[in-house]
Write a protein that binds this ligand. Sequence first.
Ligand code: FES
Length: 255
Amino acid sequence: MMSSLVRPGGFSPYFQATKHGAKSLLFPGAAERLPALGEAEVRLSFVTCLSPAPAATRLAHTDIKIPDFSDYRRPEVLDPNKSSQESSEARRAFSYLLTGATTVVGVYAAKTVVTQFVSSMSASADVLAMSKIEIKLGDIPEGKNMTFKWRGKPLFVRHRTEREIAAEEAVNLAELRDPQHDKDRAVNPKWVIVLGVCTHLGCVPISNAGDFGGYYCPCHGSHYDASGRIRKGPAPLNLEVPYYEFPDDDTVVVG
Ligand code: FES
């Protein structure tokens, strides 16, 4: 037989009901022994060791005192006989305040989560740094084209002569397959900066070659002029001009 000794204390009210409901179920003679046993010991013993109670026996703890929560309730609703409708006006301001505060906090939290989620998908600082290239223009002699690697592609930077500038600016746009004025392709007429990727099938053109003295793609014979515009061959479009700016007279930053 298993029995437990429980000291009376804070749990006393909860064992009280068990005692009252169980007396009639004790084994013969147990009632006489009750006084000799500890009160709490008897209460637990009957649950574990005595003959099972009939299903109809109700062991509800109906005599447990319900704690008094009056200190936590608002004065308007303390009286159980009053309709809560009567105090709704007085409680409404608090409800509105709580709802408004919860909404503001919720919206702010949602905004923070969305912002962090979106920013986690943007490029990191090291990737952004690699996305730009700074070129010293003083290293490129007039009339020469230099090739740089930018974002995994060849980048042509051409230092044009006065003669080339004058020739490209004088081109009749009606003759062009992809009409674009030279001024719209070169921020500073001295410098033409284009991607070295043929717009036909992506070969890398050769600089200072071809019928127009600009670029020539040997793959299928596309000729570009000194502004990077397609003049002859299968390529459909001019060489692409990336975004760039001149922080000073001797520097260009591409990207
Ligand atoms: S890829 Fe340049 S002409 Fe075809």
